[in-house]
Design a protein around this ligand. Sequence first.
Ligand code: 5AD
Ligand code: SF4
Length: 426
Amino acid sequence: MNEYDSRIIENLMIKEGFTPSKDANNADIVIVNTCSVRGKPESKGIETARSFKRKGKYVVLTGCTAQQRSEELLEVADLVVGTREFQVIPNALKKKLDRRMYLDLKGTCDFYFSGRRTNKVLEYVAIQEGCDNFCSYCVVPYTRGREVSRLPEEIIKELKYLEDSGVKEVTLLGQNVNSYYYKGADFADLLKMVDEEVKIPRIYFTTSHPRDISLKVIRTIKDARYLKPWFHLPLQAGSDKVLKEMNRGYTKDEYLEIALRIRAEVPEATISTDIMVGFPGEGDEDFAETLDVVKKVQFDNAYMFMYSIRKPSPIYFKNKDISIDDVKVGVRLRTLISEVNKGIYQRRKLMLGKEYEILIYGPARKSPKYSKGKTENNITVVVPGAFSEGEFVKVKVEKIIGLTPIGYPLNVLASLTNDFPLNRGG
Ligand code: 5AD
Ligand code: SF4
């Protein structure tokens, strides 16, 4: 979501005559878009702003941290702009408006399209803003405000613009896309509309709340042409006691039922997740329940975090003192990562020997002689060869290195002799 917002801000600035600089050190103005979901990213955002301010830059601080800690941040920034007013940035800079803070949270996302412009292969489109869930650990409802769904026509207009610009993949964004609702149209209706009217080769959405995802949505994805089967379904925790304390609105069994239902209905679907360890009061037996879900589902990808106490999340005011010691939380995180990786490896192994159409999105991290691309169900595959961004390449997965599938282009494979030197597995 922040990356999307940053692209919109950049485009709004360009439209008003500003020129982007490749290196922030050479810029006159530095805009820092912050995240406050956990303590670490929050401090990183503030420190980044502080260091540019010290170098004499004009610093704009925007995003969640700006929204929330506004006044104290005037010390590290010249202009503080919240999460729903960033469209004011170019004017505030050009017209030298004397206000230094813009923090209204009541606005809608109507300005998104005015900032649209793209030269990318992978893009995002926000379909809603804010969140009404109030999970007890989370600041998002306070930093991004109440949930607002965007007009379906606006969403389609933006998608069509991206289609005409040659974008190959779009992710529809919202904190809880399954609660999308606009005048009688629910999320599945929106998805159907998108699939009928927009011809972008790969369309995804995130994030699905396990409580709200419906069979109608799962089946819509199954029958769709352009919507592809990847589900990001944050688990957070596996114990019913912890889930209740988190105010997540589902039980362990309900989560398992949804995840396994997705796998049964759409066999090629991948499921990724977010999991937290060290939530206040989480006992060893609660953590064991999380591991049990991980074993049963075998996620295709996961983001894992140590719980970080956030003000003004509801639990901050309630349970401040029931924290678990950091060493124990660190051990839990390592145990979790190792269990999640076992599941990922099992899932990756199923790819061996199969053919996939890969969308190339850049050079591989370790060597420009390799490219990285994604399968339709959103798994990154490394491909030997320097392919162009946006190219589709048919590959066969021949080995797994670590957790990364290596896919050889079919035309290369066809030209190789019988003593083809690749090892299977690995
Ligand atoms: N501490 C740790 N992780 C958090 N997340 C949200 N709030 C917190 C917190 N206070 C994680 C959740 C969410 C992801 C975006 O960030 O797992 O799904
Ligand atoms: Fe935060 Fe929960 Fe909303 Fe996700 S659903 S943004 S975790 S309050």
